[in-house]
Design a protein around this ligand. Structure first.
Ligand SMILES: Nc1ncnc2c1ncn2[C@@H]1O[C@H](COP(=O)(O)OP(=O)(O)OP(=O)(O)O)[C@@H](O)[C@H]1O
Ligand SMILES: [Mg+2]
Length: 513
């Protein structure tokens, strides 16, 4: 008789010092289904999956694969049981090729015979699933979406029947998300299964067959996707209704906080070079930058902060040219930066929450007075921020490495906003955040705007840009295609601009131009 479930996790318990991350969790996946795992930041999704993949050991509970009890003590055991995992943060070696990454860690991995066979098999998988990947390309030269496909190939190469995808779409463009969904549908059509983690409810509604909801380490519900709604799922996760709709007060025509005038800067790749970019952010205004990832957003952000040199043009802060002023000085002058890559730029993972919150200010009063550093003050201030920004668990004295992705992001936000800046550059500020935390960040940014702070919001999430911005500019291949006011342009118009069609501003549309 066929088993009803390919996977059953029964009464899983996992404790970390001072915290129970899984509380008697039951979780079951059927063959041929995409099963979404949903929950707030820190709810225990990654922990549960790390147990399944053998990265952590459960303190109690059992795991059955197609009805057979299995002891999974390492990823090797998990792979042998037909489980593959693509992590929240990729685990590839950038300097190796696609094929080398795929066979890395296998017995006789890099031997010549193996390499030839491996190349062939990678090609086969690539064409079967339409991955469009060159086995001999270096991983560091691949786009994020392509790197993710390498992780998928790695799992498929090892014969995965059950794929765990931990927030796979957080790093993808809307088009790449659709491409991934095509692959996943193909995969489950073969009778295999996918566990899909995402904070984006429309994705869960679109791709999953069933949903398991976790809250603070407990399973609160399992539902069929076609019998629920986004609103219901949100309420199950958070335990209250979440309304993503904000009152935006209109902005008077104030002075510019930040102005870019005819900026030219060399990009990481030629298409992302900035070409004659001009834009301004006024006091008390949120300007969104919309566009498909890789069209110069990163270069734009770096040019604003002085992290990338510009060939031509001027950057002005409160009317003063700052071209030759260092990033650090810009921060002292009142510019804040919520960087895109919190793991590389935003945080020092082995530092505590308190130390990370003090990164930019440790050498100023009140933390350092007359050359003397006061750790007690640092602890006090960080405790306050942990409370205010709802960092979970509420600990200021442990390394940020142990925090869930969303809570790491809250630490960066707390640090940047607490410096009381006049200008905030927010790049993908809610990537990886659950809906409750996303709402919190949006409200915080809106509150800063009310105080007169100018905010430049760079986000690949068009919904977010439309929701919080007063004005939106669209960037394409390093050029500004036009600007509009949310609600006053059709999705078709916006889509055209994102695809490279220039827009002529309609008369009288922008009150401040
Ligand atoms: N190695 C660890 N040591 C101590 N605590 C940990 C460790 N790993 C996770 N935790 C804690 O366990 C809880 C669950 O974390 P987990 O990463 O599973 O959450 P998540 O649901 O994946 O959240 P997110 O949506 O933010 O990724 C969190 O409170 C986290 O801080
Ligand atoms: Mg996680």
């Amino acid at each position: 008789m066929e088993n009803e479930y390919i996977l059953e996790m029964k009464n899983i318990v996992k404790c970390f010092p001072g915290l129970m991350a899984s509380r008697n969790v039951n979780f079951a996946v059927r063959p041929g289904e995409v099963h979404a795992l949903l929950g707030e930041n820190g709810a225990g999704k990654t922990t549960l999956m790390n147990i399944l993949y053998g990265l952590y050991q459960q303190d109690a509970g059992e795991i059955f694969i197609t009805g057979v009890k299995r002891n999974i003590r390492s990823p090797r055991d998990a792979i042998a049981a037909g489980i593959g995992m693509v992590h929240q943060h990729f685990m590839l070696v950038p300097t190796l090729t696609v094929m080398e990454n795929v066979i890395l860690g296998l017995d006789n991995g890099l031997k010549p015979l193996n390499r030839r066979q491996a190349t062939e098999k990678v090609l086969q998988l690539s064409s079967k699933f339409n991955f469009k990947i060159d086995p001999n390309a270096l991983v560091r030269d691949l786009s994020v979406g392509a790197q993710q496909r390498v992780e998928l190939i790695k799992a498929l190469y090892r014969g995965a029947e059950l794929l765990i995808l931990d927030e796979p779409t957080a790093v993808l463009t809307p088009l790449e998300v659709q491409e991934l969904f095509v692959i996943l549908r193909q995969f489950v059509a073969m009778g295999k299964s996918v566990i899909f983690i995402s904070h984006k409810l429309w994705e869960v509604m679109e791709i999953s067959n069933r949903v398991t909801v976790l809250r603070t380490g407990e399973r609160v519900n399992v539902v069929d996707t076609n019998r629920t709604t986004k609103e219901e799922l949100a309420a199950m996760m958070v335990g209250r209704n979440v309304v993503m709709d904000y009152d935006k007060t209109s902005i008077p025509c104030q002075d510019f906080r930040i102005e870019l005038k005819n900026i030219n800067a060399v990009g990481d790749v030629p298409v992302s070079s900035l070409k004659n970019v001009s834009l301004g952010v006024r006091r008390g205004e949120i300007v969104g930058v919309a566009g498909v990832d890789g069209n110069g957003q990163k270069e734009l952000a770096e040019a604003v902060m002085g992290l990338r040199s510009i060939q031509e043009g001027k950057v002005l802060f409160d009317g003063k040219e700052i071209n030759t002023i260092s990033t650090r000085e810009r921060m002292t002058m009142g510019m804040a930066h919520i960087p895109e890559d919190r793991l590389k730029q935003g945080l020092v993972l082995d530092f505590t929450v308190a130390e990370n919150m003090a990164l930019d200010v440790y050498d100023h009063p009140p933390l350092t007075v007359k050359g003397v550093f006061y750790p007690g003050v640092m602890a006090e201030l960080s405790k306050q921020l942990v409370r205010e920004f709802d960092v979970r668990p509420p600990r200021h004295d442990v390394p940020v490495r142990n925090f869930s992705g969303g809570n790491q992001q809250k630490v960066v936000l707390a640090r940047e906003i607490s410096r009381e800046p006049q200008f905030i550059l927010a790049v993908q500020p809610t990537r990886g955040l659950d809906i409750g935390a996303t709402e919190f960040v949006h409200r915080r940014l809106l509150a800063e705007k009310e105080k007169g702070v100018g905010i430049l919001l760079v986000s690949a999430d068009l919904d977010e840009v439309l929701l919080v911005s007063d004005r939106v500019v669209v960037i394409y291949e390093g050029k500004i295609m036009g600007e509009f006011i949310p609600g006053k342009a059709s999705m078709t118009e916006i889509g055209l601009m994102m695809g490279g069609t220039k827009r002529v501003n309609k008369a009288g549309e922008c009150t401040c131009s």
